[in-house]
Design a protein around this ligand. Structure first.
Ligand code: ATP
Length: 310
């Protein structure tokens, strides 16, 4: 049984207009997304800005209202669950993109990391302090950090504080929304490797949201590629990178810079060819509204949004 199952998720935001503020249209931020994540694995959601990745993550955890579709966690339905259902909100935590703005600058690290403990667990002050120190040790920060404020840390350290807070309640699933994109490239690798270590240690499952295909490749077992609220392709990491089928995916994959200087010319040429193919064949891959078709299986693990044959 997958730990998380999302069935035909739709999140439509009303657009109000006119003097009466009536709903005149909808932004279909997420428009029919289905996915399953196995326990202990990492599922990557990738796509350009505005494709609906964040809204998908927020809807799963209950921060955005779901218009239609269903979400199941460990087999139980949790669609649009209110905050009162404590167990789901303990088991699923979110890490945000920007460690600069997601940590309250006026609070000490002790209070930041202890916040979920105070919401969900009854602990004495000394138990709480001990637990926060253990969590900080787990993320590689010294126990003295508890008296400091976020501005006294580097970007990578702040993201570790965010991670300490997210794992304080021993969650089962973490939704990580662009967790490293605000960090320097050198620090990104450290935080990503550290997230993988923590995953093993705590048997965590990740839903990992990123626009960076390199990061996704490094982290994920399975990947869904989003475009305008829908999936254009879904598959195991090797399906997506070794055998991309949708022209949108092909272009994304071709755009990853090749770090091997001897291959640079070759990959530039390849990118030009794919760009050409994209322009030529775009219309075959999207419907008349420019939206992706429904996913069709091309193997047991690999799905592509192609027009139905018939
Ligand atoms: N609360 C909201 N009200 C109205 N529209 C919204 C709201 N939240 C998101 N949107 C719109 O929904 C679409 C998807 O946004 P979303 O943030 O999910 O995309 P994203 O892929 O995560 O992009 P980014 O990487 O830039 O965060 C966008 O067009 C966005 O403007």
């Amino acid at each position: 049984m997958p730990i998380l199952k999302v069935e035909n998720l739709k999140v439509h935001f009303p657009i109000k207009g006119g003097i009466f503020g009536r709903t005149v249209d909808y932004v279909k931020a997420v428009d029919g997304v289905s996915l399953e994540i196995e326990k202990g694995t990492t599922y990557g959601l990738v796509g350009e800005s505005g494709s609906g990745k964040t809204t998908t993550g927020r809807a799963i955890i209950g921060l955005n209202k779901i218009t239609s579709g269903k979400v199941y966690f460990e087999g139980k339905e949790v669609t649009n669950l209110r905050r009162s259902r404590a167990s789901f909100h303990r088991d699923v935590q979110m890490i945000f993109q920007d460690p600069y703005s997601s940590l309250n600058p006026k609070k000490r690290v002790l209070d930041i990391v202890a916040e979920p403990l105070r919401n969900f667990e009854k602990m004495s002050r000394s138990e709480e302090k001990k637990r926060v120190e253990e969590l900080l040790e787990l993320v590689g920060l010294s126990p003295e950090s508890i008296v400091k404020y976020p501005h006294q840390f580097s970007g990578g350290q702040r993201q570790r504080i965010g991670i300490a807070r997210a794992i304080a309640l021993k969650p089962k699933l973490i939704i990580a929304d662009e967790p490293v994109s605000a960090l320097d490239v050198s620090v990104q690798a450290q935080v990503l490797n550290f997230m993988q270590e923590i995953q093993k240690e705590l048997d965590l499952t990740f839903l990992f949201i990123s626009h960076d295909l390199g990061v996704i490749r490094h982290m994920c077992n399975q990947i869904g590629i989003m475009y305008r609220g829908r999936f254009v392709e879904e598959g195991l990491t090797e399906d997506i990178f070794n055998n991309p089928q949708h022209i949108y995916t092909k272009r994304l994959v071709a755009a990853i810079p090749n770090i091997d200087p001897s291959k640079r010319e070759e990959s530039l040429q390849f990118r030009k060819e794919v760009d050409h193919e994209y322009k030529q064949s775009y219309a075959n891959y999207f419907d008349e509204d420019g939206l992706a078709y429904n996913l069709q299986p091309i193997s047991e693990t690999h799905f592509v949004a192609l027009p139905e044959k018939g």
